[in-house]
Design a protein around this ligand. Structure first.
Ligand code: NAP
Length: 202
C-alpha cells in the first residue's frame, strides 16, 4: 500500500515574512517528508483586529518573493481572497475539499504561541481532526505549556525547535522603525520591497 502524501500548511500573518519562517518550513519539509509546503498568509487575522497589519496583498507579494527559488514552497491566496475574517477552520475545509489534495495528510505549521491558543480558535475540535500541528519555537523556549492542552490536541503536536531562529516579525518592524538594518534577516527581494514601499516606518 502506498503511503499517503504529506503536505505542510505554513500559516501566519507574515508581517513581514523572514528567514526564520523559511528555515522552519524547510526543516519541517525535511523532518516530516513533506512533498510541498503551502504558505498561507492570513487575510484578516481575527486576533489582530486592534493591531495595525500591513495589507494582505503586500504580505502576499513578500511571501511570493521569499519562496520563489524553492521548488517545494508555494503560496496560496486562499485566505486573502476569502471575504471576512480568516479562520483556520475555513482554510482546512477548503483544502480538504480540493480534488488535488484528496487523501493527503496535512501538517499545519505555525508558531508554538499560536498553537497554545488553538482551543480559543473557531471550531477547535474540528480543526484537531483535520490536521497535525508543527509547533515552531525559538531556541530555549519552554514547551511546558503544551502539557496544559487537551490530550487529543497534544497527541497531534510535533514540536520543532529552530536553534537559529532568533528573528521575529515584531523585531524586524522595530528595527525598520528605528532605522536599523534587516539585511540577512529577510531575503534580499523582500528587503528591497519593504524599502520601496516604505513599510514599517511608523
Ligand atoms: P502570531 O500570534 O502573530 O504569532 C505567534 C508566534 O508564532 C510569533 O512568535 C510568530 O513569530 C510565530 N509564528 C507565526 N507564524 C509562524 C510560522 N508559520 N512559522 C513559525 N513561526 C510562526 O500568529 P499569526 O502569525 O497571526 O497566526 C498564526 C496562524 O494561526 C495563522 O495561520 C492564523 O490564521 C492562525 N490563527 C487562527 C485563528 C482562528 O482560526 N481563529 C486565530 C489565531 C491564529 P513571527 O511574528 O516572527 O511570525
Amino acid at each position: 500500500m502506498s503511503e499517503r502524501r504529506k503536505i505542510g500548511i505554513m500559516g501566519g500573518t507574515f508581517d513581514p515574512i523572514h528567514n526564520g519562517h523559511l528555515l522552519a518550513a524547510d526543516e519541517a519539509h525535511a523532518a516530516l517528508g513533506l512533498s510541498e509546503v503551502i504558505f498561507v498568509p492570513t487575510g484578516q487575522p481575527p486576533h489582530k483586529a486592534n493591531q495595525k497589519v500591513t495589507s494582505a496583498e503586500e504580505r502576499y507579494i513578500m511571501a511570493e518573493m521569499a519562496t520563489a527559488n524553492c521548488p517545494y514552497f508555494t503560496v496560496s491566496r486562499i485566505e486573502i481572497d476569502r471575504a471576512g475574517e480568516s479562520y483556520t477552520i475555513d482554510t482546512l475545509r477548503t483544502l480538504h475539499s480540493m480534488p488535488e489534495y484528496k487523501d493527503v495528510l496535512f501538517y499545519f505549521i505555525t508558531g508554538l504561541d499560536a498553537v497554545l491558543n488553538i482551543m480559543t480558535w473557531k471550531n477547535p475540535e474540528e480543526i484537531i481532526q483535520m490536521c497535525s500541528f508543527v509547533a515552531v519555537s525559538r531556541y530555549g523556549y519552554s514547551h511546558n505549556r503544551v502539557e496544559l492542552l487537551p490530550q487529543d490536541l497534544r497527541d497531534k503536536i510535533i514540536p520543532l525547535e529552530i536553534p537559529l531562529l532568533a528573528i521575529s516579525s515584531t523585531e524586524l518592524r522595530e528595527r525598520i522603525r528605528t532605522g536599523r538594518s534587516i539585511k540577512f534577516m529577510v531575503p534580499a527581494a523582500v528587503e528591497q520591497f519593504i524599502m520601496k514601499k516604505s513599510l514599517y516606518k511608523h
